[in-house]
Design a protein. Sequence first.
Length: 93
Amino acid sequence: MSPGAADEPKPVDQLSYTEASRELDAIVDFFEQREVDVDVLVARLERASALIDELDRRLRQTRAQVEELVPRLETLAAESGGGSAAGGGDKSE
């Protein structure tokens, strides 16, 4: 990328989900608003791809955690007699 360390973007895995999502939106806006030099295009596309991969990884990880926790919460609620506290047993999304 560019030689100046201050110009280097933060590594994708160090961004919060919101930061990564906003950066991806900014890249999309950049492409929609102007003609882009081929070298800039490649660099931005590579960054966009890395952001998409990271956001997808985090969404999958979060979904897996939720899918693991929901049955445990439902079991705890049923054992404590509070079945409605965990959504009343309705499994629909």
